[in-house]
Design a binder for this molecule. Structure first.
Ligand code: ADP
Ligand code: MG
Ligand code: ZN
Length: 354
């Protein structure tokens, strides 16, 4: 019988990513989706201000980009999906609910292939669904010294998608590599800028620890507030160690949400399971469900470019590059295009010489 300190532990990680979709207008109204450069509360209308009686209209381009993402992630697009209300109260949410998708998402059952530790790995994608962003709160101290919060609703209703991954990742490095690959794909297909610092690509990480022999299974802890790949990896490494320490000492890891404090390099408890929200999801009554025609799926599929992993492999075989060189040259589509164009020209010049 091994003692607790000798127990071999395994880490289980599953990521939830919110990515802002690259559309001109918002998810359910015609307002500009550009929230960063406009003065506060100028890109707003009755719909995204949540005024009573205002009716939403679905942005078709956002649905297409979400489907394109699902297809790039090898998902199935069910013939029918619907939108649901996720209800909660917060000052950045004037409607009192977000329009999201609950039990019938747009894309399901896919996978992401990514490179990690010199190997190509595969992690399941549970679902990709449509969401909308909230407004932003700006916390300031006024001239009289009083703390105030200002609300900017330019971001309210900006199209997002949530990409939920299966708990298939086994280390913080793997989680980072998965995120890098996911971001690369989103940029290749022009679905999202993937800019993490600007919040266009946000990740919540779920992590649990279990004994390899199955004798101990810790609960899932969700970590929030990481705004770089490095932060995700650091937060997961911290949390992995914390959970192992607790379990090795005979303790219990409760199910909870923890926040990453970048400056201190630690996670702290924010909310336990008992305090979990009940969002009271119900079908959105103001929007029709979506029937997805197979012809539409087929035509969106034709818009998929060659994706990073395939392109990298082709660069190795076609141009005799090393895997590392090919990775570097295919990390960004524009660089890969430039390289191919340059090689094409060099080949023409060579032939002209002969
Ligand atoms: P919830 O209902 O709390 O949202 P889900 O089962 O839908 O939980 O999973 C949400 C996320 O948590 C997914 O990304 C999934 O991969 C991850 N996850 C689920 N179980 C575990 C686990 N045992 N350890 C780590 N992550 C997990
Ligand atoms: Mg969740
Ligand atoms: Zn609007």
């Amino acid at each position: 019988m091994p003692t607790l300190t000798e127990t071999a532990f395994e880490t289980v990680i599953g990521l939830e990513v919110h990515a802002q979709l690259l559309t001109r207008s918002k998810m359910y109204c015609g307002c500009s989706a550009d929230y960063a450069s406009a003065p506060p509360n100028t890109h707003v209308c009755p719909v995204c201000l949540g005024l009573p009686g205002a009716l939403p209209v679905t942005n078709g381009a956002a649905i297409e980009l979400c489907m394109l993402t699902g297809l790039a992630l090898n998902c199935r697009i069910p013939a029918y999906c619907k939108l649901d209300r996720k209800n909660y109260v917060y000052p950045d949410l004037p409607k009192g609910y977000q329009i999201s998708q609950y039990d019938l998402p747009l894309c399901v059952e896919g996978y992401l292939e990514f490179e990690s530790g010199g190997e190509v790995r595969r992690a399941g994608i549970t679902r990709v669904h449509i969401e909308e962003d909230t407004g932003r709160l700006l916390h300031r101290t006024a001239e009289d010294g009083i703390d105030i919060s200002l609300v900017d609703l330019n971001r309210s209703g900006v199209p997002l998608m949530e990409i939920v991954g299966e708990p298939d990742l086994r280390s913080p490095e793997e989680a980072r590599d998965y995120l890098i690959a996911l971001r690369q794909i989103l940029r290749y297909i022009h679905a999202s800028s993937g800019n993490m610092e600007e919040g266009a690509f946000r990740c919540d990480a779920n992590v649990s620890t279990r004994a390899v022999d199955g004798s101990i299974v810790g609960a899932k802890v969700e970590i929030k507030n990481m705004n770089s790949f490095r932060a995700v990896e650091r937060a997961l490494r911290f949390e992995e160690q914390r959970q192992r320490d607790v379990l090795s000492n005979g303790g219990r890891v409760p199910q909870e949400t923890r926040g990453w404090i970048e400056a201190r390099g630690i996670t702290v408890s924010q909310r336990t399971k008992e305090q979990a929200h009940d969002y009271r999801y119900f079908p959105e009554p103001d929007l029709p469900p979506l029937s997805v025609n197979t012809d539409v799926v087929t035509s969106i599929k034709t818009k998929l470019p060659e994706l990073p992993i395939a392109r990298r492999e082709r660069f190795v075989t076609a141009f005799g590059l090393s895997a590392a060189e090919a990775s570097l040259l295919t990390a960004e589509q524009s660089i890969a295009d430039y390289f191919e164009a340059a090689v094409g020209r060099a080949a023409t010049i060579d032939e002209a010489k002969i």
